[in-house]
Write a protein that binds this ligand. Structure first.
Ligand code: ATP
Ligand code: BTN
Length: 267
């Protein structure tokens, strides 16, 4: 079922009761990317808490310029504008914070437990159900806003994924064998994000790192990290206080990796 854009926006906004998310909720038909649109709203003076939801995206983006498949009437594609008092070095923590909110949401709607894959993926049975893209916008060197973008595969059937995603993507519908109300998913994510963000503002990064670590099965596993032309192999041991992935390399050295520069594969 497509969104009823006006009544759904009102419905979300009226039932949220959040401090930082949902100050304005806009539903759009097909657009390029909700992250791009939110950047435009920010440039035009939007306040913290604006939420942009799209029925479909023609240029949905993942990390490192990858494409996020965003067909209509199936997935949730949304971006939230936050204005945290952070320096740009904290950006990786926000991907983890949004990941904690998203994994809580996926687990609320899906009895199978979802897990986080560093830095920005949510998997069920090893297949991707959700991805996050957080982007910091700077104005003359100063951060002016943080855009939290999330894509959740909700009501896709297997044949609604293109060939190259069929073996690596899943949806709540595929796992549950039933439809899920996209508005309920949106509401849940916005409330979870709001709560985790409030905790971060009060208590700093530690609770994010702890919660993220509870929702991953990565630690103790052998992984390979690709950085430019180099592949580093080791065992993932945890996250450091900046949200970097710590690896005990096969040569015995410990190294922490920044999400901006690497891709991770479990072997
Ligand atoms: P990394 O581990 O480096 O993050 P990744 O394959 O997870 O690698 P991302 O940039 O995080 O890459 O995510 C984008 C990738 O997600 C795309 O390359 C594509 O393979 C996959 N993808 C695109 N659209 C969807 C979707 N709707 N559902 C699941 N996976 C998708
Ligand atoms: C990833 O897995 O690399 C991240 C995918 C993030 C997709 C969401 S959909 C809403 C928002 N708009 C975008 O263009 N990307 C994010």
């Amino acid at each position: 079922m497509p969104y009823d854009r006006e009544s759904d926006a009102a419905n979300i906004q009226d039932n949220l009761n959040c401090v930082h998310t949902g100050s304005v909720v806009v539903f759009l038909p097909e657009i390029d990317s909700t992250n791009n649109l939110t950047k435009t709203y920010l440039a035009n003076g939007a306040d913290e808490g604006l939420v942009a939801v799209a029925e479909s995206q023609t240029g949905g983006r993942g990390r490192m310029g990858r494409i996020w498949h965003s067909p209509p009437e199936t997935g949730v594609y949304l971006s939230v504008l936050l204005k945290p008092p952070v320096d740009p070095d904290h950006l990786p923590l926000f991907t983890l914070l949004a990941g904690v909110a998203a994994v809580q949401t996926v687990n609320e709607f899906c009895p199978h437990s979802a897990s986080l894959k560093w830095p920005n993926d949510i998997l069920i049975n090893g297949k991707k159900v959700c991805g996050l893209l957080c982007e910091l916008v700077q104005n003359q060197g100063e951060p002016s806003g943080l855009i939290v973008g999330v894509g959740i595969n909700v009501n896709h059937l297997p044949d609604q994924f293109p060939e190259d995603l069929k073996n690596i993507a899943t949806s709540l519908r595929i796992v549950n064998d039933s439809l899920t109300d996209r508005l309920a998913v949106i509401r849940s994510f916005l409330m979870n994000l709001d709560r985790e963000y409030q905790t971060y503002l009060k208590e700093g990064p530690r609770p994010i790192i702890e919660k993220w670590s509870r929702h991953t099965d990565l630690f103790g596993k052998k992984v390979s990290v690709t950085r430019g032309p180099n592949v580093i192999i080791g065992t993932a041991t945890g996250l450091d206080e900046s949200g970097r992935l710590v690896l005990l390399r096969d040569d015995g050295q410990e190294e922490a990796f920044d999400s901006g520069e690497v891709s991770l594969r479990t072997s």
